[in-house]
Design a protein around this ligand. Sequence first.
Ligand code: ADP
Ligand code: MG
Length: 256
Amino acid sequence: MEMRHQLREQLKRLKMPGLWQALDVRLGEAQSNNLGHLEFLSLLVQDELVNREDNMLSKRLKAAGFGVQKSFEDFDYRFNEEALPASMLRDLATCHFISQKQNLVIGGPPGIGKTHAVKAIGHQAARCGHQVLFRTTQKLLAELQSDSSERAERILRRAVAVDLLILDDFAFRKLDQREAELLYLLAEERLGRASTIFTSNRPPEDWYAIFPDTVVGGAILDRLVSSAIKIITTKGRSYRREVMGTGNRSLGDATP
Ligand code: ADP
Ligand code: MG
């Protein structure tokens, strides 16, 4: 008992809770399966590693700010195969495009699963060990102009630095000068350095009109979109309407 107590305290100091949690199971296993010392130790170290990785993944998912989380496990690939090709989504889920620092643009009508798909890609990215930030474009722009300059700076630093920035519902409405400048700054900092995903209910050719200065806007967009992977559709079935029976919401249809 004394030794157990001591071990528990030592593992606490070493910050190895996974090993402690697994100890009794592994001790039982060692006895019934006659595990060698080395095998026993190796299993416990493995348990600690799995526990740490789980914790780090939870932290990355929380920091991403998905709100309602969506993953490919609850995504029906066949439902909108034409609008959102399964092969492309599966390819994106490998996170190769993030290592390649490529952008992704998904444009199409409301309800077809754009937000679900990019949240699922973000989930996979977190699983691959990437830092992810998910925001509707509106919300990020609001946060970047927060009254607390400290908060605004913190989110700007994250938005610039994360491996994957997901801007949902891009081109939702016209931008003012300050908002356009903030997007320009983000584009400038991230282009070729880290991936950004844009979803929109409008096709990219309509995005120019949201900028106060279409020349500057055009320059930003060309850089963001031209080399991006694109999934643009004008069709697509609304899962929201057909399966969930809740009808279309208006343009700003981001899942909360
Ligand atoms: P969009 O962003 O294109 O407007 P969403 O991704 O918000 O559409 O999808 C609307 C709702 O339908 C969400 O609750 C989403 O989880 C669900 N949904 C959409 N497509 C699928 C799909 N292929 N499989 C499972 N659920 C889906
Ligand atoms: Mg959406």
